[in-house]
Ligand binder design. Structure first.
Ligand SMILES: [Ca+2]
Length: 135
């Protein structure tokens, strides 16, 4: 694991998650590739505890971007899936009124101002939050 990750980890009932945030502007696909390159995946948020931990990380810095990509690019209703790994959502933190356009907005972002989720077009450029499962 790259240095800089280990102080941003949370251990829940089943696993350990270590997060890294990139305040960059890239598409969902490029963000996914970036996380893979760093040995992880885009963050998949499965509990209130993970969501709260990530929000605390976000509060420690200022952002140039309005959203961070999280690991969902399958929001089209006909896909009937949620996370990029095929799992359904076990926890959600959609902003009020979201997701509002799952036909065109197939990817999910975490809003940097308050941590709520929003569905957006995957070609939008956003920051990134990666998750490397620690040991
Ligand atoms: Ca939306």
């Amino acid at each position: 694991m790259k240095s800089g990750w280990t102080d941003k980890c949370i251990t829940d009932d089943t696993s350990r998650h270590c997060y890294e945030i990139f305040d960059t502007k890239i598409t969902w696909k490029k963000a996914s590739d970036l996380c893979t390159y760093d040995g992880g995946t885009l963050a998949i948020i499965e509990s209130f505890e993970q969501q709260t931990f990530i929000e605390d990380l976000m509060k420690k810095r200022r952002f140039n971007v309005s959203g961070l990509w999280i690991g969902s690019d399958k929001l089209h209703p006909e896909e009937r899936r949620a996370w990029a790994d095929g799992d359904y959502f076990s926890y959600v933190n959609w902003a009020p009124g979201e997701p509002n356009s799952m036909v065109n907005e197939n990817c999910a972002e975490l809003r940097t101002n308050n941590g709520t989720w929003n569905d957006v077009v995957c070609r939008k450029t956003n920051g990134v939050i990666c998750d490397v499962k620690g040991t």
